[in-house]
Design a binder for this molecule. Structure first.
Ligand code: ATP
Ligand code: MG
Length: 385
């Protein structure tokens, strides 16, 4: 059996709401792990959660923990009796792990919430350090630059662990309403979805393609991106809409430099209609100010001008480098850069309008007579769960 110790993140800040945030985190953990093994044991205490499962499940469990939003870190831990002997023996066991991993300088960090334990935190650090260095003379204590830390926590039981992984942080998914993510095949929108999920939002996604002008591979790529993003969001429902007729209508009737803005307006309108049907309270996009022509402040004003739901743009102040770093971290980057054409690039003009006037945009938009075509696209969606 292996025990993992999880550290919930941010919940201490939540005051009155703390209980409901904790409840959501616990139920997310149980829901995700139930798929791995029904027999997993849970123990939830203030500030620390423990899960216990068979060794052979550890790979799947750790994969889930690495995607879990709401914990600041987790580690495999030794659980032992609250006696100095047992704790020091556990320190030696952790020391052996460090030694085998090539660590030579370490320190001990000890905490007691149970003050009846016979050693103080300071004494635990000293004695733990001695026990480890006596057992492995190649290891030395370096409190300023340790390569790893052996942590001792004296709580309901004693826990001893080292290493551990950083969690995703954030607030548990399901505590901040539901948002509709406009998911393209690019780098930005999966990151935008992840960031809003990290604020506790449940995510649904919508994608517009223009088959046969765009390939089936392009659609497959978006499905893959929604799976990768969904692993953080307690799952995503992806609505896929064919927007070919809308795009062709725009190409037919609109001045060429305006086509990008008008297509964005149409996508937003369709996304909002879909969002309202499934009780999403906002739209989410991967837009970042001035990244491309359609994302100047004037053009963003045009694209949202017909909406009543708020549009959340968590990347608005990020530069591309920062977005790419995040995309690599969450594991969507490699899929995003596969070279399949998105429907937006299909009819995109060489000289798009850069600072569109919102009234002009709406006059042009109305001349397109899109509602019927949008409703048609909305009534014939593909749903991927
Ligand atoms: P991304 O990397 O997410 O594709 P981008 O830099 O390519 O972003 P745009 O193509 O201008 O930017 O798209 C801006 C935003 O509009 C995207 O982040 C996404 O939220 C939305 N979007 C663009 N194309 C589509 C599409 N085909 N389906 C759904 N949403 C889209
Ligand atoms: Mg794009």
């Amino acid at each position: 059996m292996i025990t993992w110790l999880l550290k919930p993140s941010e919940l201490t800040l939540k005051g009155e709401n703390r209980k409901s945030f904790e409840g959501a985190l616990k139920s997310n953990i149980q829901r995700l792990l139930a798929k791995v093994d029904e027999k997993i044991k849970y123990k939830f205490t203030a500030g620390r959660y423990y899960i216990q499962a068979a060794e052979e499940k550890s790979k799947e469990i750790e994969n889930i923990l690495s995607h879990l939003i709401g914990i600041s870190g987790w580690a495999r831990t030794i659980t032992c009796e609250k006696t100095p002997d047992a704790v020091l023996a556990a320190c030696v066991e952790e020391g052996k792990k460090l030694y085998n991993n090539g660590v030579r300088a370490f320190k001990i960090d000890a905490r007691r919430t149970d003050k009846s334990f016979p050693l103080t935190s300071y004494e635990l650090c000293c004695e733990g350090g001695n026990a480890v260095t006596n057992a492995f003379c190649e290891l030395e204590v370096d409190i300023h630059k340790p390569q790893d830390i052996i942590r001792i926590e004296i709580r309901e039981k004693a826990f001893v662990y080292s290493g551990g992984e950083k969690g995703n942080g954030g607030l548990p998914v399901g505590t901040a309403g539901r948002g509709m993510l406009l998911l393209s095949g690019g780098i930005d929108s999966p990151v935008a979805g992840f960031l809003m999920a990290s604020r506790g939002m449940s995510i649904d996604a919508i994608h517009f393609h223009a088959y046969p002008y765009t390939s089936l591979e392009a659609k497959q790529k978006v499905i893959e991106l929604s799976k990768l993003t969904g692993a953080y969001c307690m799952g995503i429902h992806l609505y896929i809409l064919n927007f070919t007729k809308v795009q062709l209508r725009i190409k037919e009737r609109a001045p060429y430099p305006w086509t990008t803005i008008l297509l964005r307006m149409a996508m937003m309108e369709a996304a909002e209609k879909a969002a309202k049907k499934i009780k999403c309270k906002c739209l989410i996009t991967g837009e970042s100010l001035s990244q491309v022509a359609s994302q100047t402040i004037e053009n963003l004003t045009c694209t949202q001008s017909r909406l009543t739901l708020p549009v959340l743009r968590p990347l608005i102040g990020f530069n591309k480098e920062e977005i790419i770093k995040k995309a690599r971290q969450i594991g969507t980057f490699e899929t995003s850069i596969q070279p399949y054409q998105d429907c937006c690039t299909l009819f995109s003009p060489p000289h798009p309008v850069l600072h569109g006037d919102v009234n002009e945009a709406n006059d042009l938009y109305e001349k397109l007579e899109l509602p019927e075509l949008i409703d048609e696209a909305l009534s014939d969606y593909e749903l991927i769960k």
